[in-house]
Design a protein around this ligand. Structure first.
Ligand SMILES: O=C(O)CCC(=O)C(=O)O
Ligand SMILES: [Fe+2]
Length: 387
């Protein structure tokens, strides 16, 4: 059974006690450093024949629980929205209603009939798989966590060297586009064409969603475009290698996305889960679908109307690929402050957050690492923040 259940969690609990008794002899920093210096990521560990996972990948039992309460009787399903006919008429109204309800209650939905050709999506997944399954000597040329110097970088856990918490069982390659632009000569040849094609289509889908989201908020359809909040893309392509002990670790710790919007493509392996009413609910792979998730910044500018919801990825026994495209403001707006949209505020709905710019938010998010806590409360007006 690939995923954690309660009995396995009890077992983890015992294991962790043993680890803490042994703590004096365990040099975490050294184990992390030696691992990082291989520049071969989690995939390198698996390829070297590891049958046990290193201790710094072991998550605490409470993070591995299936649900924060009992899940025996729940049958929630993440909303699926068919975008066919979104261009106008009654169908547009139904789609807007669906997006509104999903953004308000789930913060997550899947879209089908979105206009991105299935061939483009499949090529992207395969290209990401091919990149990560190359020999490590080829991949390590891109190994870096320096997002200032290296807009295309391959790494294992962006926060590995700053976060003392458990590491995630995944490797990633990130492409930082600026307003849709990034020199393809910087891309690894094995995925160059697929990435170049994919980003164009995902940007078109972003434009459609930006209009629909504006209208669901009863704003002009150009509103979100006019504030330039989703013009830059960070494309992060994850590979979750088959895990020899999936019940002890996670592919991605619980987190909410620090973006405005995320458009996610997943292959046909399960693993992604969203926290809904205290239950971890699977986001099942659907052929030809994208997963859309409201990011922290949309929650902030909608003054908590739309939710940026926590999600996580389970480790599994089969390798899994996903591609997350995070949308942020244009570089020209990187110091532009974003706060709750004035048109949405009333006397009974006063602003909850202060105005912040994305660089400040990201600096806080990065320094904090994926520690399972949202960054948003730090910017709440009630919070005694320090800058
Ligand atoms: O792999 C996935 O399905 C989700 C990835 C994710 O949540 C992220 O990159 O923020
Ligand atoms: Fe995420």
């Amino acid at each position: 059974m690939p995923y954690a259940d309660i009995s396995l969690v009890l077992f983890v609990d015992m294991e962790l006690k043993v680890i803490s008794e042994e703590d004096s002899s365990y040099d975490r920093a050294k184990e992390v450093k030696d691992f990082d210096e291989t520049k071969a990521g989690v995939k390198g560990l698996v390829d070297s024949g590891a049958v046990k996972i290193p201790k710094f990948f072991i998550h605490p039992p409470e993070s591995l629980l299936n649900s924060t309460t009992s899940s025996s009787e729940v049958c929630f399903q993440v909303p699926v929205i068919d975008l066919e006919g979104y261009e106008g008429g009654q169908r547009r109204k139904e789609i807007l209603d669906g997006i509104f309800a999903a953004s308000e209650t789930w913060g997550f939905f899947q879209v089908v009939n979105h206009g991105v050709p299935v061939g483009i999506m499949d090529n992207m997944v395969e290209a990401v798989r091919r990149f990560h399954e190359q020999p490590k000597d080829v991949k390590m040329k891109w190994y870096s966590r320096d997002c200032k110097q290296q807009p295309v970088r391959y790494f294992c856990n962006g926060d590995l060297l700053v976060n003392q918490g458990a590491a995630n069982w995944r490797d990633s390659i990130a492409f930082d586009f600026h307003d849709g632009q990034l020199d393809p000569q910087l891309f690894p040849p094995i995925c160059r064409e697929a990435v170049s094609e994919y980003i164009k289509h995902v940007i078109e889908l972003r434009t459609t969603l930006s209009e629909l989201l504006s209208e669901t908020l009863e704003l002009h359809s150009d509103y979100l475009a006019s504030i330039g909040c989703m013009e830059t893309e960070s494309l992060v392509c994850h590979y979750y290698p088959a895990c020899p002990e999936p019940e002890l670790t996670l592919g991605a710790t619980k987190h909410s996305d620090p973006s405005f919007l995320t458009i996610l493509l997943q292959d046909d392996n399960r693993g992604l889960q969203v926290l809904h009413q205290s239950y971890w609910i699977d986001v099942p792979p659907l052929p030809g679908a994208f997963v859309i998730n409201i990011g922290d910044f949309i929650q902030l500018i909608t003054n908590d109307k739309f939710k940026s919801v926590e999600h996580r990825v389970l480790a599994g026994q089969a390798p899994r690929v996903s591609v997350a495209c995070f949308f942020y403001p244009s570089m020209a707006n990187k110091h532009k402050p974003y706060g709750p949209i004035r048109e949405l505020l009333t006397e009974s709905n006063p602003p909850i957050y202060r105005e912040i710019h994305v660089t400040e938010y990201m600096a806080y998010f990065r320094a904090k690492g994926l520690d399972g806590n949202s960054s948003l409360p730090h910017f709440n007006l009630q919070c005694n923040y320090t800058t």
